[in-house]
Design a protein. Sequence first.
Length: 248
Amino acid sequence: MKKWTEIPNIELYSDGGAEPNPGKGGYGVILCYKGKQKEFFESFKLTTNNRMELMGVITGLEKLKTKSNVQVYTDSKYVIDGITKGWAKKWKSNGWKKKKNGQAKAINSDLWARLLNVIYKHNVEFNWVKGHSGHTENERCDTLASYGIHSTELKEDNGYEAKKSNTEQKININTSNTNKEKVKVEKEGDNCRKCNEPVVKKTRKKTKKIKPNQTYYFEYILLCPSCKTMYLTEDAKREITTENKLFE
């Protein structure tokens, strides 16, 4: 005779974060079953708040060895809305793009894929709890996540696609221009050759001082608001004639 097996009822509490964001990250998880609790945390060198929130829930579910009824408790609207509002399923059906036939990628698609996969193995219900409101398990998960953030044993978040910082962009641009013709800055909105910030058009103030034999002046300049580099263009050049000698 086949033995009937009861599906266990599990409570999963999770919290995660990064300091700064992006920065060192960690998550904390508590699994509860029949009055017993198991808690754990992990640490990462470079990640984001949302990735840690996702990874906490994912890891907690992946630790379950058998199909379970799981009540997930998290203060992350990002995680809950991504599942309950069908965003993750839609992104998956779009080939992990935000819109069908669109170009914009769905952020954290590697973790959303893992979460969808593990959810199908269980009966999962998501519950939102207000963070830092005295909820015992949520506060404990926050503490565990903090342990992770401040741990010295940090892992690599291999799925995290970090956006290049402004400094990295500047370095790459300066390197790519080495031994090449410099990109011309000719109009407002063009990128500064030094720091890659868009330049702005500044009308020059009229001056009474004109050098001897000066035949032209620049009506405006292109100025980088970041590094203050100034560019003079042919389009801004004005010939000094009898009619426009207002500067004398």
